[in-house]
Write a protein that binds this ligand. Structure first.
Ligand code: TMP
Length: 206
């Protein structure tokens, strides 16, 4: 595959969207056709699954159902959008990817990181990100930013202990895969974060 696949991870409220827009512009200036997408979502089917997963009324959803729904949304996005774009040599930036499942379902829900990657191998096939940016932010700071919103989805409604496990999970994962997962302090200025991301992209791809 000729393209560039970059994923951006981090707790809710860590400022991923702003950085994704800046990174897209940077890659386009470098001459890359860029596709920005998000998880769960990015295709009609995956967005429909997203609505089920995040619906706060479905309090009875089992953790395994949640894991499989995220994986199903991912399988569709990979097959319909990401793999074809990479084959066409495009740059793909994805707002969250399998590492979100590793920490939210694997660690937050306690299903285990190995189980999560095992299940997701079916969804991913040969598609793996070359670079994953982790926007690192304490759970309390992320939730403070989110609480400004009027309604919280099913995941955001989880208690602070869950969100703290997620943040710790991300940090552990970054230690396990230091060559691929780059941790950036999400409290730095927008410009400084963008410069760090650009430096990592240049190191790997240009
Ligand atoms: P978003 O608010 O960043 O669009 O993400 C939706 C929520 O879904 C967010 O709370 C993180 C969560 N999530 C998982 O729990 N597992 C996953 O695999 C993904 C992609 C997201």
């Amino acid at each position: 595959m000729e393209g560039i696949f970059i994923t951006i991870e981090g707790p809710d409220g860590s400022g991923k969207s702003t950085q994704i827009e800046l990174l897209k512009k940077y890659l386009e200036d470098k001459g890359y056709d860029s596709v920005v997408t998000r998880e769960p979502g990015g295709t009609a089917i995956s967005e429909a699954i997203r609505k089920i997963i995040l619906n706060p009324e479905y309090k009875e959803m089992s953790h395994m159902t949640e894991l499989l729904l995220y994986a199903a949304a991912r399988a569709q996005l990979v097959n319909q959008i990401i793999r074809p774009a990479l084959h066409e040599g495009k740059a793909v930036i994805c707002d969250r990817f399998v590492e979100s499942s590793a920490v939210y379902q694997g660690i937050g829900r306690g299903l285990g990181v190995d189980t999560v990657y095992e299940v997701n191998n079916y969804a991913l096939g040969d598609v793996k990100p070359k670079l994953t940016i982790l926007m690192d932010l304490d759970a309390e700071d992320g939730l403070k930013r989110k609480k400004k919103q009027t309604s919280l989805d099913r995941m955001e409604q989880e208690d602070i202990a869950f969100h703290m496990r997620v943040v710790e999970g991300y940090r552990k994962l970054a230690q396990l895969y230091p060559e691929r997962i780059v941790t950036i302090d999400a409290l730095m200025s927008v410009e400084d974060i963008h410069s760090r991301i650009v430096a990592e992209v240049e190191k790997r791809f240009f």
